[in-house]
Design a protein around this ligand. Sequence first.
Ligand code: PMP
Length: 395
Amino acid sequence: MSRSMTAWLEQQAAVRERRGLVRSPLTRLGPDAAVDLASNDYLGLATDPRLAEAAREAIGRWGTGATSSRLVAGTTALHLELESELASLTGMESALVFSSGYLANLGITTALGGPGALIVADEHCHASLIDGFRLSRSRVETVPHNNLLATEHCLRTRTEPRALIAVESIYSVFGDAAPLPRLLALAEEHDAVLLVDEAHSLGVSGRGAFEGHGAVAGTDLSGHPNVVLTATLSKSLGSQGGAVLGSALLREHLVNRARSFIFDTGLAPSSAAAALAAVGIIRTEPWRAAAVHHNAASLSAGLATMQREPGIAVVPVGAPLQTAGAVLSVPMPSAAAALAASQAAHGAGVRVGCFRPPSVPDGVSRLRLTARATLTPRDIDYACATLRRILEEMP
Ligand code: PMP
């Protein structure tokens, strides 16, 4: 490392230290008895033996890696079957699988964006979308969260021939939902594409016959010509990878233009196989998505009880969390308080997510709890009692 670079690294580390923003990955040393309210394994499929068996079989048949880009030798029959099943699950015409959700978002934004495109982005869009906007060299207008008037204004006054509205159907840190039908009406009126990141709603959102099929399928919007979806295979589907879902024409464009597809080694066949098994389970075991909603309501009720007690600095976010998905977001007074609370919870056997800048803007540090399908009523009672005690004892 050069002297100038070392000096810069040391200065950056000192700034992080001073601001209480030092991050380090929590290492899991093996399965433990902690109540898991931190992972995105919403349906409990990451440890399902059926996914493990499917992955093992795929390794036996195809080997441990995809061996090259999808365009060279990295596409197996498993990739194509997974694409067809994902499209069918979400009600979209076709799908293209990437090796992560991050790369799927880079792929779609760069392949549809450019100097002739305006992207109207919700201020809470995930970092992978934001990075894609930047790489795409589109004009980007960031609008306040779920603000239809601001979105409409940007679309109406645009000079670019093409436009995208970028949202998440359930927001990753805040856990609330985007008003999809109204956004789609705006997209139609202004000839724009509605790009919906379903990372936190695939497997979780949708009701009745569409239990777990995602928010777009659940609101009967799938297959609409103005709608494009992205998804990750790493949360509800318990695997790794990502996908873009849209028309066959769009798929063909991505195969030819999305650099994060073309120049990346294909998704490992074992991950494709595990995700494929997960899609089957989502279809046949709708109780899992229903359990997420039930557990979200129980956790939310447990946290709402805390809110009523004097002296407690948390304000659980409102109603949409109980119905929209698995994510409950607990605002904390500071980044240091969020870190201290999450560490204390971890010490007491409850794993929670801790979100501080730069993952969230200054002033919105929070604990993120995921109401996973396989939590028991005992887990939930214990987690609520633990969090309540920790928050009560905080200075
Ligand atoms: N979009 C959203 C909203 C996410 O939360 C994430 C993962 N944190 C991604 C995309 C990226 O997905 P992956 O982890 O598969 O790269």
